[in-house]
Design a protein around this ligand. Structure first.
Ligand SMILES: Cc1cc2nc3c(=O)[nH]c(=O)nc-3n(C[C@H](O)[C@H](O)[C@H](O)COP(=O)(O)OP(=O)(O)OC[C@H]3O[C@@H](n4cnc5c(N)ncnc54)[C@H](O)[C@@H]3O)c2cc1C
Length: 600
């Protein structure tokens, strides 16, 4: 007989929860949660991205937000069944609030809620025009002087930003700005994307020539338009550039290429931004209500300052400016840094016949691409996952349902298994002098990314070249100074060089607010990115979510968007709904607006 017990358990609990919430009985609702519970809310109850950790925080949130939110209709999601394994019952769920429809995920332990994810799917009355509601396109019938789709698009392009103001301006038209722009277009939020490069995709095209995405295709889809099934696993950078350019066009984005945002200021009285952009050599003033900085986590190069850099006679540049190896055949190169870019650049130089040395100052986390794919990503983002029925949307939500507070506990065993599987590989790297780490608490790559956005290389071949000495290595040293033709290291050794590449990473997005708006606003908003995990480069206190990303900040009308392709896809949904709600005048009282502990 089919065991219906999991469905029964979940339905009973949702019934009781729904009744308690409808009756405003906060204590009865809180009683349904485990002591060590986590409720992660993406915009439905809190108009924020927030994780409530423990019963007390759940209680506080409900006391503040229940009456306004008016949740109802809690049930197992249509077409889904609950399941049970290892003492955990889990289920996809759906529900409604006064203003929205929600979808979520729940895990029960001993009959009580252990993790709850509530996410906003759509705003009632402002649904995206899809399926039965898709646009007609053609206008059947007869109408004098009717405009074609093309004429309407051209008219919009002429008006928006000139005779009609956009509601939202997105600064930065990389994949982040583009994905958010696509969602806002579907929600009918007039938006202009301002991008200083000429064409969508240029931020990828301009990177070093050997670059391919480090994440696999299943992880990288854009909203609405997944890659075709024959798309390569790791997109070459120019190919992803072309995809983004095509995407921006077919998604009908108002994309202002070759346009640089020069400055922005907010008028607290009119609650409006003044954004000065330079387009076609002219200053244009835009007056949006909402300003999104999608200027990229990897767009502000960290250029180190070393003694006597100015007298060096060879080429020297940051990795973001590195043209590729062609010019440096049979030359000597020194690459400062030991993360992704450093490895990719060293390998490409070696392939071109350059004598290349990597300078590694401190430890780096290395994970082999195939191990990461098989042990780290396969259950959610892989061909096997697709074959077993996993959709991108579900994979994103399962990932989102794991609370940040305990995410490392799920990650540590994965990286322990990777260490065991690749023990010989790691041993050979160490023998070559490479300094390894696996994250402060051995939780590996993804936690490093979320906490500090740096400190790792996904190995696609360069590590072998280091292990076998093809790429020379100087580790545990820093650069002391440059001379006309050499780099002198802190251990006194001197490396002859025709080229020095500073693969020294990128500044966080903090700097953008200071550059474009003001130091005061940057400090008011505070640090962007990181969880407050008190690990290296991620100072506490604990935040529970990524600082300032995709959610309201201390500066009204100012938002940050970005991250990898997965994050851009997933969180653009929740940012677009927050912006749409504001445009429609829906009350959006923000619960638990993050406090600022670190200046911008
Ligand atoms: C070498 C390398 C490899 C990477 N590999 C991967 C990977 O495999 N998978 C992955 O998901 N991510 C990868 N990343 C991270 C990558 O940077 C981001 O995923 C992606 O580029 C972020 O997109 P974004 O739109 O947030 O930022 P960006 O692509 O950096 O776009 C920001 C845009 O803002 C524009 N801009 C900045 N200031 C202004 C201004 N004042 N006015 C107008 N425009 C402005 C810039 O020109 C730029 O185009 C990699 C990064 C690097 C450097």
């Amino acid at each position: 007989m089919l065991d219906k017990a999991p469905n029964g358990k979940v339905s009973d609990l949702l019934d009781t929860l729904g009744k308690a919430l409808a009756a405003g009985e906060v204590e009865n609702a809180v009683d349904l949660f485990q002591t060590d519970c986590y409720w992660r809310d993406l915009v439905t109850f809190t108009w924020n991205i927030k994780t409530m950790e423990g019963k007390e925080q759940v209680r506080d949130m409900l006391k503040a937000r229940l009456a306004d939110t008016k949740p109802s209709n809690w049930k197992i999601a249509d077409g889904e069944d609950a399941s049970e394994a290892d003492g955990i019952t889990e289920s996809w769920i759906q529900f409604e609030t006064g203003f929205a429809r929600g979808f979520g995920h729940m895990r029960l332990k001993d009959g009580r809620i252990w993790t709850l994810l509530t996410t906003m799917s759509e705003l009632k009355g402002h649904e995206e025009p899809v399926g039965f509601d898709r646009p007609m396109g053609a206008k059947h019938g007869a109408e004098r002087n009717r405009k074609t789709w093309k004429e309407e698009r051209e008219a919009e392009a002429q008006e928006l930003g000139y005779s009609r103001q956009p509601y939202c301006v997105i600064v930065g038209g990389g994949q982040g700005g583009i994905a958010l722009g696509a969602r806002l277009r579907q929600l009918d939020v007039p938006t202009i994307i301002v991008e200083k490069n000429e064409r969508p995709g240029d931020s990828w095209r301009k990177r070093y020539k050997s670059l391919c995405l480090h994440d696999p295709v299943w992880y990288d889809h854009l909203p609405y338009l997944p890659f075709p099934r024959n798309w390569p696993i790791f997109s070459p950078k120019d190919k992803i550039g072309d995809w983004l350019e095509m995407y921006a066009k077919v998604m009908e984005l108002n994309y202002w290429g070759s346009t640089e945002c020069k400055k922005a200021s907010y008028d607290e009285k009119s609650r409006e931004w003044t954004v000065v952009v330079q387009r076609d050599g002219k200053d244009i003033v835009l007056k949006p209500k909402q300003l999104v900085l999608a200027t990229g986590m990897s767009a502000k190069p960290n250029m180190p300052k070393f003694e006597s850099m100015d007298i060096f006679k060879g080429d020297q540049h940051h990795s973001s400016q590195h043209p590729g190896p062609d010019k440096y055949k049979n030359k000597k190169a020194v690459v400062i840094g030991s993360n992704n870019s450093a490895h990719d650049i060293c390998a490409a130089l070696w392939e071109a016949g350059t004598d290349v040395t990597m300078v590694q100052r401190s430890t780096t986390h290395i994970v082999r691409s195939d191990s990461l794919m098989e042990l780290g990503l396969a259950s959610l983002y892989s061909e096997q996952a697709v074959q077993s029925g996993m959709t991108t949307a579900k994979a994103d939500l399962i990932f989102a349902s794991l609370p940040y507070k305990i995410l490392h506990e799920f990650q540590i065993p994965v990286y322990n298994a990777i260490r065991e599987r690749d023990a010989d590989f790691y041993k050979r790297l160490e023998k070559a002098g490479f300094l390894l780490d696996y994250g402060d608490d051995d939780s590996g790559l993804f936690m490093k990314y979320l906490r500090r956005g740096s400190g790792y290389y996904i190995d696609v071949g360069a590590s072998e070249l280091i292990a076998n000495g093809s790429i020379k290595l100087k580790s545990g040293v820093d650069v002391k100074k440059l001379t006309e033709h050499t780099v002198i290291l802190s251990d006194g050794s001197e490396l002859p060089a025709d080229l020095v590449v500073y693969a020294t990473g990128y500044g966080s997005m903090n700097g953008w607010a200071a550059d474009l708006i003001s130091k005061e606003v940057a400090d008011k908003v505070g640090k962007v990115w990181g969880l407050g995990s008190s690990t290296t480069k991620d100072p506490g206190p604990w935040e529970g979510e990524q600082r300032n990303m995709w959610k309201p900040t201390q500066q009204e009308g100012l938002w940050f968007h970005g991250g990898n392709l997965h994050q851009s896809r997933h969180y653009s949904q929740f940012l677009s709904l927050q912006l749409k709600a504001r445009m429609e005048g829906i009350p959006t009282p923000v619960y638990g607006l993050q406090k600022v502990h670190h200046l911008g």
